[in-house]
Design a protein around this ligand. Structure first.
Ligand SMILES: [Cu+2]
Length: 245
């Protein structure tokens, strides 16, 4: 018993040490609050949802553990059975409803901002087309509309200008795929026969992984791409250097 207590204590201290060493990553929920214009709206929602889940989780654990420790069977008598406690039933119906309504409100508010498309055209326009099993990026900015087509063996690179808004048109050649850049807290489905639109600004220079996040068939896990955020000048140089497909 003492040994079990000691090893639990050791495990607990190890966990605290790991969390402390990762404190900034832990505090930001594993995501950057400003990597893109989407993060600026998604990040607070993400953290808020975790805090809500934490509070609900701790309260639920207390409600479960309380009777376990303080209402243990003291004699052989069958305990008094109760039912139809109306105030309790109303409370456990109304409280979750309020929690869901509040989460829904903040989700809908953030989503409206994230999916907002300005009437005036964005500074840049890129067409993303998903194909089994890779991605095609067409830079509509350049007059010759150069296209980069990837394969599972040659993952394509999506080059974006730092600090400038890009309007994405998302389509699919075959089945439903999901255009996902985890670092930018954004995912949107690409649907055959439908054009989806999304606008955002990448704020930080660097390379970030991109993936398909809808199970779309045999080689779904190989639908990888790389996002490379460069300065606006380097972006112009890049799109002028891409060969027309
Ligand atoms: Cu896919």
């Amino acid at each position: 018993m003492r040994k079990a207590f000691k090893s639990t204590l050791a495990l607990g201290s190890l966990l605290v040490a790991v969390l402390a060493s990762q404190s900034s990553a832990f505090a930001s929920g594993g995501y950057s609050p400003d990597a893109s214009s989407v993060n600026e709206n998604s990040h607070s929602l993400w953290i808020g949802a975790w805090i809500t889940a934490g509070v609900v989780g701790v309260l639920t654990a207390i409600l479960i553990l309380w009777p376990v420790f303080f209402h243990r069977k003291k004699n052989e008598d069958f305990p008094r059975q109760t039912q139809y406690n109306v105030p309790v039933e109303i409370a456990y119906t109304v409280i979750p409803f309020i929690i869901v309504a509040v989460l829904f409100f903040y989700t809908a508010k953030a989503e409206t901002k994230i999916t907002h498309i300005d009437k005036s055209p964005a500074q840049h326009s890129i067409h993303v087309n998903a194909i089994q099993w890779s991605w095609q990026f067409t830079y509509d900015d350049a007059a010759n509309k150069p296209t980069v087509t990837g394969t599972p063996d040659q993952t394509p690179v999506l080059v974006l200008p730092q600090g400038e808004k890009v309007r994405f048109t998302l389509t699919s050649n075959d089945v439903v795929h999901g255009f996902w850049i985890p670092e930018f807290m954004i995912q949107m489905q690409t649907l055959p026969g439908v054009e989806n639109h999304l606008e955002f600004t990448a704020n930080k220079i660097g390379e970030f992984p991109g993936r398909c996040n809808i199970l779309c068939g045999r080689a779904h896990s190989q639908m990888l791409f790389k996002v490379k955020v460069v300065s606006p000048a380097d972006y112009q140089t890049y799109i002028n250097s891409v060969k027309v497909a």
